[in-house]
Write a protein that binds this ligand. Structure first.
Ligand code: SF4
Ligand code: ZN
Length: 420
């Protein structure tokens, strides 16, 4: 017998009204920030015998052992079992954590995977909110929303920094990589349909992601397989099937049926969208993109900055500055939010010439994407070690120095047509 859980056992309120709530630094009891220290959230499928339903464990110090206003590591692993459970559903559950945790009064959540940030307000803390209550919320919501596939669920919350670091490397990153690898064999041409995602409309009311095998959602957490699984789990949910039968312009990836879908799901705010162009009808951005790319006029190229990068870019803007002009669910030609994995995609701004346009990335991001990006550059253009030609903050933080470097390296973007 399945029982719907309606009450969540926590000392503060839980309602969608709190989803957009902002917790300012001065009201912040404690913060867990994945861009500064190790953090992650993960769902894992287990055998029913390994799970004690509703068991919630806290491993490490609780919130009252942290100083007011301090930053720490956190990881929460939700383990589930069920006869109809599929590992493809794990990432779909995970993506819901954002909304679940934000619905808690006095708790704010951004990001996903190992790039999460969670803030607990002083009032929530004073009301008695502790680590185990995150587990209570995740347990109750997963059991409630996915009762068709989850029979048993338990939650482990780690606040022991060393343990979080160890598990991030031994468990979380391999799990995320495995999911990403599953997609590698799929192309936009090899599937019949794409999917919409409107999960971010809570924050960006007109934003729609069109998710294709070669272009994941800009948050980096919703791949085509995830969107497909979401649609299977919740046929009337945030991910709907989009056909792509009526091509308008192959070059920029524009389809009549995609436009119709985007118009419908954005409630009329968006008329048309291209899948492969940053200049013509680019896809909109909400607020949770992993990266932003923006046009760099001196080199005919684009620079990319990732959320974790705190420094300056050759455009004279930092990530937050770029983000403030890119988000909000509007189309801004020349600037676009996107997922990290999109960088090595053959469809990355294909209309403007593709990845050959990339002239600068933070060093850390370059290292993260190098293997896949170099493989794509080799395959598409026969270039070896493409990332050696791409600038970073140790090479240039201004356009002049960058241009010198690109000239010296013979970067292909210099010989391409201007983008505007
Ligand atoms: Fe969905 Fe896009 Fe938001 Fe990711 S960024 S959750 S794909 S709407
Ligand atoms: Zn978003």
């Amino acid at each position: 017998i399945k029982i719907k859980i309606t009450d969540i056992n926590i000392p503060v309120a839980f309602a969608s009204a709190f989803e957009g709530e902002i917790i300012r630094r001065k009201n912040m009891q404690v913060e867990f920030d994945g861009s500064r220290v190790d953090c992650f959230e993960l769902v894992q499928t287990k055998d029913a015998s390994e799970i004690e339903d509703h068991k919630i464990e806290v491993i490490g110090p609780d919130f009252d052992e942290f100083e007011f206003g301090s930053k720490h590591s956190i990881a929460y692993i939700v383990e589930v079992a069920g006869k109809s459970m599929q590992s493809d559903f794990e990432s779909v559950f995970e993506r819901k954590f954002h909304s679940y945790i934000n619905c808690i009064e006095g708790v704010m959540h951004t990001g996903q995977r190992d790039m999460i940030r969670v803030r607990i307000s002083d009032t929530a803390f004073q009301a008695g909110f502790r680590a185990k209550h995150i587990g209570e919320v995740l347990y109750a919501k997963i059991k409630n929303d996915f009762d068709a596939v989850v029979d048993k669920c338990q939650v482990k919350i780690y606040t022991d920094a060393e343990k979080v670091t160890e598990l991030r490397h031994s468990l979380a990153i391999p799990a995320f990589n495995k999911r990403d690898d599953r997609l590698k064999s799929l192309t936009d041409e090899s599937v019949d349909v794409y999917y919409s995602c409107i999960l971010c409309q809570a924050f960006s009311p007109s934003h729609v992601c069109v998710v294709t095998p070669e272009r994941l959602g800009l948050c980096g957490a919703v791949s085509w397989l995830d969107a497909k699984a979401t649609n299977e789990l919740e046929p009337t949910g945030p991910c709907q099937v989009i056909t792509k039968e009526r091509v308008i312009d192959e070059r920029i990836g524009e389809y009549e049926d995609v436009n119709e879908a985007v118009k419908k799901f954005s409630n009329g705010a968006l008329e048309d969208v291209s899948l492969y162009s940053i200049m013509e009808k680019p896809m909109t951005s909400c607020g949770c993109f992993e990266c932003i790319c923006g046009i760099e006029p001196f080199s005919n190229g684009v620079i990319i900055a990732n959320r974790e990068y705190a420094g300056m870019t050759p455009l004279g803007m930092t990530f937050p500055e770029l983000a403030s002009m890119t988000g909000g669910g509007v189309q801004t030609p020349g600037f676009m939010g996107h997922g990290k994995h999109f960088i090595a995609s053959k469809k990355f701004m294909k209309a403007e010439g593709g990845i050959e346009r990339i002239v600068w990335m933070p060093k850390d991001l370059k290292e993260q994407v190098a293997e896949r990006l170099n493989a794509t550059a080799k395959e598409l253009y026969g270039i070896d070690n493409f990332t050696d030609m791409v600038g970073d903050e140790t090479i240039a933080e201004d356009p002049e120095t960058l241009l010198e470097f690109l000239t010296e390296k013979g970067h292909p973007a210099l010989g391409m047509e201007p983008m505007m």
